[in-house]
Design a protein around this ligand. Structure first.
Ligand SMILES: N[C@@H](CCC(=O)N[C@@H](CS)C(=O)NCC(=O)O)C(=O)O
Length: 213
């Protein structure tokens, strides 16, 4: 969605209830996962494959023009699952004690990302490649968004030790292309899913916990 918005493409969105996936969706999505982009009746799946397709067919180019830089951006996009696990390891936990284990593990992937931003990207930001949002930004942004929601409750401060990662996250969270990529109720929906899945952090949103703030 971020890439579509950055390219100003006209598109229609259908949100899927992942608890009750409709049959038509399961026919389109081989792994039963979102996102899926249907182009001329052909379903494309996997975020990165969709983003790469869009970048090939719709201007403006969001990947760097230079093949070496492009390969390095793709390599850092491949790191997203490790990075996402580093952050979600903090809040996808069933009890309070496991949150600490997540906090202890997060500096591993965050440290690698900090080093990439410091030594490898070759610019001062604020986006990964400089002054414009690119596909690597679009790949990381959703995970920074979710972490920012729970961080309001957990207040772990884990990003503070990684100032370049923190600054990158701040930039992405302030970008219209990122904030406009989700429905207005996204935070509420995310919190509902945390509660439904029985994660400890969900309990911090109970009526009393909110009122006690
Ligand atoms: N590697 C896939 C992962 C997609 C994914 O995990 N989607 C989640 C939502 S963020 C999903 O559809 N989960 C539903 C399920 O697994 O049943 C991609 O990047 O597109």
């Amino acid at each position: 969605m971020i890439a579509l918005r950055a390219k100003d493409v006209e598109f229609e969105v259908t949100y899927i209830n992942l608890q009750e996936k409709p049959d038509w969706f399961l026919k389109l999505s081989p792994h039963g996962k979102v996102p899926v982009l249907v182009v001329d009746d052909v379903p494309l799946f996997e975020s990165n494959a969709i983003a790469e397709y869009l970048d090939e067919v719709v201007a403006p180019r969001l990947h760097p023009e230079d093949p070496i830089e492009r390969a390095r951006n793709r390599a850092w996009t491949d790191f997203v699952p490790d990075f996402a696990k580093g952050l979600s390891g903090i809040y996808y936990t069933k009890n309070k004690e496991d949150i600490q284990a997540g906090i202890d593990a997060a500096p591993g992937p965050l440290g690698k990302l900090e080093a990439a931003l410091k030594d490898q990207r070759g610019n001062d930001g604020p986006y990964f490649n400089g002054d414009k949002l690119s596909l690597v930004d679009a790949a990381y942004a959703p995970f920074f968004q979710r972490f920012a929601f729970v961080e309001k409750k957990l207040k772990t401060g884990v990003l503070k030790a990684f100032p370049l990662v923190q600054a990158w996250s701040d930039t992405l969270l302030a970008s219209d292309q990122v904030t406009g990529s989700v429905v207005d109720t996204f935070e509420d929906e995310f919190v509902k899913s945390l509660k439904r899945r029985g994660f400890y952090v969900g309990s911090l949103y109970e009526e009393n916990a909110v009122a006690a703030e």
